[in-house]
Design a protein around this ligand. Structure first.
Ligand code: HEM
Length: 479
């Protein structure tokens, strides 16, 4: 009888014990989870948080010096704040960049302001995750990446030469920044997409870009409304191009193997129902956005550094004269010539280290994240920065000194990140590199040039640009 009672009790109590233990463990796990603290930092006022301080520093192009660095000194390299309505953790350092950028889609996903998403479109690559992102990168990457270089180099050379002869020839003063913007825009359209640039097109695109970081408020005359209107005009133009291309392909007027233009690849994808028309439109708008201000700023800062460091300029000039001497009259550069531009690429990279065209970018935690003993709750934004490593003595000796030779040695992964990293590493990296090197080649070999304002400041709105458009004085050179 006693044995029966004990047996009965153990049978009845066992499930209760299991349930209790499970709940106890779960509770312990949860309380452990919440034991990990949030990063230090001030969240500022409810809702607006520290947004005003953030934007004020940004406007003065002092986002790192006046907003990020003082907080690193106070709280450490990972700190929390609240900006643009969202609780945000700002992380700094190569390890943090690596952790965040390589965990795209697993722990975080890219997070753009709603105005950018409306204007670039929900189907642009920046809004895509996982498999769809990989697929679109594959299509875009084959035209922009290493594989496309053989054909891209001579095309870009002819384009740059023609541009300079039509727009610089006979001039004494030009805006380098404006010139590079027009050139980059035309390269994306004509060399990459095969679309002829018509008068007024660049202005329409710039109206879209002006609204990309403005509040997504639609009222007559607002930047965002104007930008949306411009986006509609662009949509109409691209739809026309896409449909004409489709017709040409379907009528057999184009041979697939001979047609390497990105636009044709996209349209072939559409015919095979792998890509939608909306995806093509959104990605064309995105490519212009991604290439436009970034490349122009990188070119402008490279020239600024060359003007301020005559010894470096001498070495750059020698590199290009040597390349030119081995070419026939009017002969275009090829991939081998680009490889010889080692020092120029060091100068360009050092200029991008000191003046990164992109400050950093936002991600959103898609799960609770534990990092360096801190908890980043699901739904919070995380901002990684280029300055956090580029201006850090730990990665770059005398970080504020311009020293292109530092690129002769290797450096820790994710320390030099003007092009980001991980699955969202800039898809236009190769094109940007070619654009900069080829333009430098033709400018320094064909022109004597000097900056009109040696100390021209840089403004940010929200991307950096030389405040006066970097006017330069030019005269033809006879080597
Ligand atoms: C000096 C010039 C450039 C710089 C500094 C630059 C920088 C960057 C950075 C930092 C990212 C990553 C953003 C993030 O992590 O959220 C990015 C992404 C991207 N860039 Fe660039 N970029 C440049 C030029 C270009 C050009 C010329 C193109 C193409 C025409 C381009 C196309 C793209 C695309 C498509 C992405 C998105 C990649 C993805 O989401 O998978 N970029 N760029």
């Amino acid at each position: 009888m006693t044995i029966n009672i004990i047996y009965f009790l153990s049978c009845a109590l066992f499930p209760l014990f299991v349930l209790f233990s499970f709940n106890f463990l779960r509770h312990k796990q949860q309380s452990n989870k919440h034991k990990t603290k949030l990063p230090p930092g001030d969240m500022g006022f409810p809702f607006i948080g520290e947004t005003m301080e953030f934007f004020n520093a940004q406007r003065r192009n002092k986002l790192y010096e006046e907003f990020v660095h003082p907080r690193i000194t106070k709280h450490g390299k990972i700190f929390k704040t609240r900006i643009i309505g969202s609780p945000t953790v700002i992380v700094n350092g190569a390890e943090a960049n690596k952790f965040l950028l390589s965990n795209e889609f697993k722990l975080v996903k890219s997070s753009w302001p709603s105005s950018s998403v409306h204007l670039m479109g929900k189907d642009s690559i920046m809004e895509k995750d996982g498999e769809r992102h990989r697929f679109l990168r594959g299509v875009i990457g084959t035209s922009l990446g290493y594989a496309g270089l053989e054909t891209l180099v001579p095309k870009l050379c002819n384009f740059v030469k023609l541009y300079l002869s039509q727009n610089w020839h006979g001039q004494e003063e030009i805006s380098l920044y404006r010139s590079t913007k027009v050139l980059t825009f035309s390269i994306v359209f004509e060399c990459l997409l095969g679309i002829k640039v018509e008068p007024g097109m660049i202005d329409t695109f710039e109206r879209v870009l002006e609204g990309v970081f403005s509040p997504a408020i639609k009222f007559p005359g607002s930047k965002f409304s104007r930008a949306m209107k411009a986006r509609k005009e662009i949509e109409k133009m691209i739809v026309k191009v896409v449909r004409e291309k489709r017709k040409e392909i379907e009528e057999g007027k184009l041979k697939r193997e001979e047609d390497t233009m990105l636009m044709s690849k996209l349209v072939y994808g559409m015919i095979q129902e792998e890509i939608t028309e909306k995806e093509i439109i959104d990605n064309v708008v995105l490519l212009v956005f991604a290439a436009h201000d970034t490349t122009s700023f990188a070119v402008a800062m490279t020239f600024k550094m060359l003007a301020q460091h005559p010894d470096c300029y001498g070495k750059v000039l020698q590199e290009h004269v040597n390349i030119m001497r081995n070419k026939g009259r009017g002969e275009s550069l090829n991939v081998e010539d680009i490889k010889k531009m080692k020092y120029t690429w060091q100068v360009a990279r050092e200029s991008m280290r000191l003046f990164p065209p992109i400050f950093g970018s936002f991600r959103k935690a898609i799960t609770d994240i534990e990092y360096e003993g801190f908890r980043i709750p699901k739904g919070w934004k995380v901002l990684w920065t280029t300055y956090g490593t580029h201006y850090n003595e730990k990665y770059f000796k005398d970080p504020l000194t311009f020293n292109p030779s530092r690129f002769e040695e290797g450096m820790p992964q994710y320390a030099f990140v003007p092009f980001g990293g991980g699955p969202r590493l800039c898809a236009g990296y190769q094109l940007a590199k070619l654009n900069i090197l080829i333009l430098v080649h033709y400018v320094v070999t064909q022109y004597d040039w000097s900056l009109i304002h040696l100390d021209e400041t840089v403004t940010m709105d929200p991307l950096p640009f030389p405040s006066l458009g970097m006017p330069i004085r030019i005269s033809p050179k006879h080597i």
